[in-house]
Design a protein around this ligand. Structure first.
Ligand SMILES: [Zn+2]
Length: 245
């Protein structure tokens, strides 16, 4: 009798062990497919998500400021084109408000006295038409007192990311090109139409003072303009990688 009971007990134990093993196997079969062992796949690249709208300030009949033999509109376009090339080479979507020496008013309209108003509205429209636009407007500065110099970035208050981008550009230029630049970024007033009306991240870069002899000399040099474009480019790339929403 004792032996028989032992055999029964052993049988139950074996059955229970088998039950446990089978249950475990079933659980694993059910659970494994729901576990994601794969590395996260690169979906859209960060670069594909935003469109950098580069706005070369002024153009055509509107030269912008002038100083030390330089006309703002030409420098704006040159730096904008260099920046666009760097971004495109890195795979970033770029749209430019102008690529030639023109003012963007409607030639078929009654534009007399309205050229500049039509121009800024068209620039805003171009940026607004883009999906996930980030506007970078390129300008030069001028002041009656010639001692002032240094790049300064203005940002739109309408999107908090504008301030982040402005800071990145200001810091990058200080670090790489202008160690003595003490300027800080500034929130745009209603006087800057583009930044005041942008509903997306938007900054305006005053690249330097044409009224300052040393800075104008630097801005007149293609190598310096390339270095400036490179710094702004690096800052934008940092912005894209940090704000890939
Ligand atoms: Zn300007």
């Amino acid at each position: 009798m004792k032996d028989q009971r032992k055999r029964y007990a052993a049988g139950y134990a074996l059955e229970f062990a088998l039950f446990c093993i089978i249950s475990l196997l079933i659980s694993l079969i059910l659970i494994i497919p729901s576990l994601n062992f794969e590395l996260p796949l690169p979906t859209d690249t960060d670069m594909g998500k935003v469109t950098i709208v580069i706005d070369a300030g002024h153009g055509g009949e509107d030269g912008g400021c002038e100083g030390n033999g330089l006309v703002e509109k030409n420098l704006n376009l040159d730096i904008s084109m260099r920046l666009a090339s760097l971004l495109r080479e890195a795979g970033v979507n770029v749209v430019m408000t102008r690529e030639t020496d023109i003012l963007l008013y409607d030639k078929n309209s009654d534009y007399e006295g309205k050229k500049k108003v039509q121009d800024v509205r068209r620039r805003l429209e171009i940026a607004t038409e883009q999906e996930n636009a980030v506007l970078v407007s390129i300008h030069m500065n001028y002041f009656a007192e010639t001692k002032y110099s240094g790049l300064q970035v203005w940002y739109s208050k309408n999107d908090s990311k504008s301030r982040i981008l402005a800071n990145l550009i200001q810091t990058e230029v200080k670090t790489t090109l202008q160690p003595n630049n003490k300027r800080s970024i500034k929130e745009a007033t209603s006087g800057i139409f583009l930044l005041n009306n942008a509903t997306f991240p938007a900054v305006l870069v005053e690249c330097g003072f044409l009224s300052n002899t040393d800075e104008a000399r630097a801005l007149g040099d293609a190598e310096y303009r390339q270095a400036l474009a490179k710094s702004i480019f690096e800052a934008i790339m940092k912005y894209i990688s940090q704000n890939n929403t």
